[in-house]
Design a protein around this ligand. Structure first.
Ligand code: KIV
Ligand code: ZN
Length: 385
């Protein structure tokens, strides 16, 4: 089985979510939890962006011992020096240098020719390599780049010392098939590609970030970059928890594993949500409040008979105590009886039918019938007897 490295960028790309600003104490707390979760790499921040971020990366670097800690740098000596300063105290430092390679970015943003971009990338990687043993290089907007040009610049940055090559879908433009093909193309056309590891980094503008990341894995990526709860710029990044659980549940298909302690997923998700102030939608895969809740009678009946009828992930796997049978208008007698039992109430067979009718009437007026509602129905009936 291949082991896929999980590179968490919650503290860098995730913090680029509109309206999010984590202080250094919050960043450190999240970093410690990411280490407990077992991520291979923590991208702690962008030290050149602000003195506060430099300080936060420094604190994380001083505390994190198992995971690799990395920091982002543009292709300038100033940024690389700032990353070096911030990462002094970590046992496994890595720098992440990036430069845009698409015609759109080179023309309008960088205002440089392709030749100038190659020279700048090589110079930055050479400079970074004088300080860092491990240099990761990213081709920003890789997906809208010219493939032969991209292959050429990748070959040259590997020669200059980069050992991890990241191909970001910066604007979330690609489909899984296209993204997979990009990785196959680079594997085939970059002559020294065997000297570096390929990494995927996907944004979710078209809702395909996780599918794209998985496609990249199928086509040779050994590292995936992602964030907790999928937070990040615009529509966000690929969600770490979705990728990790998909690889675990469908190891028969992907033939891959990760080093993640999956039981820590739910707590990590809640911690990130609390510190960032970004709520997790109830229907979000793996960590949404409804991810293990069954509402309809048919589903509830199935799950009560045998969980695997409607559950492909056991809640315990990701640190949730149990599934939930939510009582609503679609719920059936079976789940109703089960809820009554869970509440510790004893209802004789003779009255269960009328109680169930009252429950159905109430369910028509509410989105969810709560434990308090059930208890009230029960006591009302009891008092009438
Ligand atoms: O999306 C992107 O291209 C990035 C790079 C800086 C890696 O976040
Ligand atoms: Zn990004």
């Amino acid at each position: 089985m291949r082991t896929i490295k999980l590179y968490d960028t919650t503290l860098r790309d995730g913090e680029q979510t509109a309206g999010v600003n984590l202080n250094s104490t919050e960043k450190l707390e999240i970093a410690k939890q990411l280490e407990r979760l077992g991520v291979d790499v923590i991208e702690a921040g962008f030290p050149a962006a602000s003195p506060g971020d430099l300080e936060a990366v420094k604190q994380i670097a001083a505390e994190i011992k198992q995971s690799t800690v990395t920091a982002l740098a543009r292709s300038t000596k100033h940024d690389i020096d700032a990353a070096w300063e911030a990462l002094q105290d970590t046992p496994h430092p890595r720098i992440h240098v990036f430069l845009a390679t698409s015609p759109i970015h080179m023309t309008h943003k960088l205002k440089k020719t392709p030749e100038e971009v190659i020279a700048l990338a090589v110079e930055a990687v050479r400079y970074a390599k004088q300080k860092f043993e491990t240099v990761q290089w990213s081709a920003e907007d890789a997906c809208r780049s010219d493939y032969p040009f991209l292959a050429n610049i990748i070959e040259q940055v590997i020669d200059a010392g980069a050992t991890i090559i990241n191909l970001p879908d910066t604007v979330g433009y690609y489909t899984p098939q296209e993204y997979g093909q990009l990785f196959s193309y680079m594997k085939k056309h970059v002559p020294n590609m065997d000297q570096a590891m390929l990494s995927a980094h996907c944004h979710d503008d078209l809702g395909m970030a996780v599918a794209n990341s998985l496609a990249a894995i199928e086509h040779g990526a050994d590292q995936v970059e992602c964030t907790i709860n999928g937070i990040g710029e615009r529509a966000g990044n690929a969600a770490l928890e979705e990728i990790a659980v998909a690889l675990a549940i469908r190891s028969d298909f992907y033939g891959c594993q990760t080093r993640l302690h999956l039981k820590e997923i739910t707590y990590t998700s809640r911690l990130v949500s609390r510190f960032t102030g970004i709520n997790v939608p109830p229907n979000k895969a793996i960590v949404g409040g409804n991810a293990f809740a069954h509402e309809s009678g048919i589903h509830q009946d199935g799950v009560l008979k045998e969980k695997s009828t409607y559950e492909i992930i056991s809640p315990e796997l990701v640190g949730v105590a149990s599934n939930a049978l939510v009582l609503g208008k679609h719920s059936g007698r079976h789940a109703f009886r089960d809820s009554i039992k869970r509440l510790g109430l004893v209802v004789e067979d003779a009255v269960i039918d009328s109680l169930f009718q009252q429950f159905k009437k109430l369910a028509d007026t509410k989105k969810e019938v709560t434990e308090e509602d059930l208890f009230a129905l029960f006591t009302d009936q009891h008092m009438q007897l």
